[in-house]
Design a protein around this ligand. Structure first.
Ligand code: OKP
Ligand code: ZN
Length: 343
């Protein structure tokens, strides 16, 4: 399987507030390095660099003003003498005015963020662009006839929606790739999110549409991040009604229950009969993940890949989360080798 990867992810390494303490993000450069090392060690296939894309490609799923904000935020932050990570600290919740974009950077950061897990640093925009370009290049490989590809994206993307960042995510790489597939001639695409955390960004972007079916298996938002999205009764709206499927699962979920939910999701995808499948691949469902609560074993990731392979669809895997840095290479690549063996 072809892997797309860019070293530019090293330009992004920020801080987050964890248990009230400011510390380096769990989402750190070593993650992608570990996965790349495993891709090479297992001989998964060739590794190629991404192409360059105009940012109008991101604006197919994000608003142009949000893309401009990301591009300029660091300069606006440093122009007033600041040099540490830019972090949002105020949000337009409920009855506050969420309809007027503030002109000062502190207001803009809150306006365009869902949480404080999205530090903007000197290299964030370059890294986020490269990550989206990795996904676009992977989709271009599919459009050119490749059966599958692995977009080794970092930073991840699945919490980012049309107009906000959140949960370590800036540009929604998987959504940008899914849209690019449609723009390349496909009629229908399925987006399956197997990261531990609900893929609120992809859900939000495609909620009212029937040309992208969105499905997510995740920790129940009653007690798992992102808390405010991912319940079972979120099934789509308007033309998109019935094209959104959430599978919230309890703490401690292991393969039997996970595999059952995955089977159901795959049944929905098969019935939808899309032209291609994009998989938001998070491996934070692993039993030792430091911020998540499922109990998948490394071998279960082989089963996950094999089940997806049974769909027999052109498939782009897009890397999302997974924080047990020692094991995420094994677990992510297990999905891909399981997929290759299972088809
Ligand atoms: C990203 B992905 C504030 C952020 C809280 C949220 C976890 C984001 C997970 N410190 N952390 O879905 O793996
Ligand atoms: Zn996650």
């Amino acid at each position: 399987m072809l892997t797309i990867y860019s070293d530019a992810h090293h330009l992004h390494h920020g801080c987050e507030l964890k248990d009230g303490v400011l510390m380096p993000c769990f989402e750190q450069p070593g993650r992608a390095d570990t996965i790349l090392a495993r891709v090479r060690a297992t001989g998964l296939g060739p590794v190629a660099a991404p192409g360059e894309y105009d940012s109008v490609r991101y604006a197919r799923v994000h608003s142009p003003r949000y893309v401009r904000f990301l591009e300029r935020a660091w300069d606006e932050w440093t122009a007033i003498g600041r040099s540490h990570d830019a972090l949002p600290l105020i949000w337009p919740v409920r009855d506050l005015r969420g309809d007027i974009e503030p002109e000062f950077i502190d207001g803009k950061l809150g306006f365009y963020a869902m949480d404080a897990g999205v530090a903007i640093t000197a290299g964030t925009w370059k890294a986020a662009r490269a990550s989206a370009n990795v996904a676009l290049t992977g989709m271009d490989a599919l459009l050119a006839g490749e059966g599958s590809a692995f977009a080794l994206c970092r930073p991840p993307g699945h919490h980012a929606a049309a107009e906000y960042m959140g949960g370590y995510c800036y540009l929604n790489n998987a959504a940008i790739a899914a849209q690019s597939c449609l723009d390349g001639g496909a009629g229908k695409v399925a987006l399956l999110d197997v990261d531990y955390h609900h893929g609120n960004g992809g859900q939000s972007i495609f909620y009212q549409r029937d040309d992208v079916m969105f499905l997510s298996l995740h920790g129940d938002p009653k007690y798992s991040y992102p808390y405010f999205s991912g319940h079972r009764d979120e099934t789509g709206a308007g033309a998109g009604l019935g094209f959104n499927h959430n599978y919230p699962l309890p703490h401690g979920t292991g393969w039997p229950a996970y595999g059952e939910a995955l089977d159901h999701a795959c049944g929905q995808i098969a019935a939808y009969a899309p032209d291609a499948l994009v998989v938001s691949l998070g491996v934070d469902t692993f039993k030792d993940d430091p911020i998540s609560q499922f109990r998948l074993e490394s071998e279960d990731f082989l089963r996950l890949g094999a089940r997806i392979a049974k769909l027999d669809l052109p498939t782009l895997f897009v890397m999302e989360g997974g924080y047990m840095v020692d094991d995420i290479g094994i677990n992510a690549v297990n999905v891909l080798t399981g997929f290759q063996a299972g088809g």
